[in-house]
Design a protein around this ligand. Structure first.
Ligand code: ZN
Length: 184
């Protein structure tokens, strides 16, 4: 198999995992747009000439760098902290990739095969929640509160697990909402 075909195969498996994930459609659609690079971040709006580069390009959360998709979701200090928190929660120490597809693949491979569905749902929930909360802060004067966002994400994952019968570690709610190594 040449490298182009390998890359195409990887992308196919990423999209299949997203579409088969036991999560609400709105979250799935946002994750899909993220993986396709089609979210309306500042960088993408500049490319489409919707906003002006010099005035509005900076990340709304840290105000120091251009708001690219990868910056907003993965490398911004305000969102990197959320990923660190979740790595601690699932009990894995690793450096995650900066590119969206590689980040998704690395995160969903952190556990055993039985954990893939849970990790896929968790990844979707984190990126969707970051995007939702960024919009809430930007357009509704919300406040970026990492502890609150992390707690909300866990509550969402728990409710998706129940509503969509997500295959996940067999934990009671007390252990699930604890802060330590749920995948051991
Ligand atoms: Zn930032």
């Amino acid at each position: 198999m040449n490298s182009n075909r390998t890359e195409a195969g990887r992308k196919d498996s990423v999209y299949t995992k997203i579409w088969n994930a036991p999560v609400p459609n709105k979250a799935k659609t946002t994750a899909w747009r993220i993986l396709k690079g089609r979210l309306a971040t500042c960088e993408n709006l500049i490319k489409r000439n919707v906003i002006n580069l010099s005035v509005e390009a900076n990340c709304f959360l840290c105000a120091t760098q251009t708001e690219t998709l990868e910056h907003l979701l993965f490398t911004c200090p305000k969102t990197d902290e959320i990923w660190c928190d979740f790595l601690g929660w699932i009990g894995k120490k690793t450096a995650l990739h900066r590119s969206t597809n590689a980040h998704f693949r690395a995160f969903t491979s952190l556990g055993s095969k039985a954990d893939v569905q849970f990790l896929t749902g968790t990844w979707i929930c984190i990126v969707w929640s970051i995007w939702k909360e960024r919009n809430n802060c930007k357009f509704n004067q919300g406040t970026w509160n990492i502890q609150k966002i992390v707690a909300e994400i866990k509550t969402r994952i728990w409710s998706w697990k129940l509503a969509f019968k997500m295959q996940s570690p067999s934990l009671d709610s007390k252990d699930f909402f604890s802060n330590s190594g749920i995948l051991g």
